[in-house]
Write a protein that binds this ligand. Sequence first.
Ligand code: GTP
Ligand code: MG
Length: 438
Amino acid sequence: MRALIEAFGRLVEKIRGVSHIDKSVLAELSREIQRALLRADVPLDMIKQFTDDVLRRLREGGPPAGIPIKEYLLYVVYEKLVELLGGEFPAEFKPARRPYVVMLVGVEGSGKTTTAAKLAKYLARRGYRVGLVQTDTIRPAAFDQLKQLAESVGVPFYGERDSKSAAEIALRGIEKFRNLDVIILDTAGRHRSEESLMQEIKAMYEAVKPDEVMLVIDATVGKQAAAQAEAFMRHAPVHSVIITKMDSTARGGGALAAVVKTGARVKFVGTGEGVDEIEPFNPRGFVSRLLGMGDFETLVDRVRAALEEDKVLQEVESGRFDLLTFKRQIEALLKLGPLSKLIQLLPGGLALKVSEDRVELSQRNLKKWLAILSSMTREELANPEILNASRIRRVALGAGVTPREVREMLEVYENIKRMTKILRKRLRAHGKLALRGL
Ligand SMILES: Nc1nc2c(ncn2[C@@H]2O[C@H](COP(=O)(O)OP(=O)(O)OP(=O)(O)O)[C@@H](O)[C@H]2O)c(=O)[nH]1
Ligand SMILES: [Mg+2]
């Protein structure tokens, strides 16, 4: 993981040093991105796709006004990395019924037994009553290993030292723990062959019908994780994946990306040998750490708000400016602070006129307007002219303001709308921040 952070750290440094964008800067960045992803052992086709995507994003449009080019580059790389690792999803573990049976599967030494104990502790801490069942009848030490781990994390254990059938042990374990919330089944990883391992897993799956099959994959296999996941998927459904040993390799990123590509969902990552070293996997958090920035969310929010503003400007430019546009503009303004481009672009005289109308673009006013706009229907937002006295009363009531305040806001909107003609001319003169043609 440290080597991975270093590789991405170099990329971030390079981006921070960028002062302008041209072909050679893009080529250099793209090489640095490829180096970092190769280091992480991301599959080659994914690397190619990734850099193509990033470059396309940059060519499609430069940074929105007000956002320095390097911040925009960081934003694009960050967003694309999050996407590569599965996008935005909450990695929640929610036992849908009781008892909820989790079956851990994986090749020999991937970390199943350790992970079973980690998961048990993680869930017990969150108030679930958890039981651990050892079904590994092949490795002689497996029984004691999990029994001791269960004791150390303080959850009940079930196992049968001399039994031969894994499925039968599992069923008796589930019966014994039927009053608990979550039952975690550990399985054998050592087998004569991959085929016999898969056959046992298949047989056990069919006998036990667990609620969730979790595949445990060692991060050091890197992009091979995809083939491993697919092999298991051919024999039993894989509902979720845990990637272990993230602490001990630079290849964890590649393992994650490769697994995501198979369509499986990574729910947890293991980050050490200790029973506490497990965490829910969350692409945003992971990428923030990778890029070594704690405050990424603010950067992302700022760039998103600025992009939104650009979109509003485009709508103004194309002559569309209804209350929906106005509402989105206010939302963007609230994120960006009061120095909006829209206001900056207002012809001086008109800006003055706006303030003469007692229109103060204070945060307080913006919030009030947002409340007013939020109590309008979509129809009203798209067709402001239908807002008659009774509709205005209803909107005022919904927003907790007076009808007069609603009318004031509508006046401001009308004013700005009237200005859009002039604004459109200005925008054309302003030019577009095009990176097209690179
Ligand atoms: N550094 C590190 N080591 C881990 C992690 N998870 C497991 N290990 C180590 O990996 C080794 C194998 O772990 P086990 O839990 O016994 O693996 P297993 O899949 O149960 O192995 P078999 O039952 O033989 O198939 C042990 O030395 C663990 O301490 C992790 O997240 N980080
Ligand atoms: Mg084991």
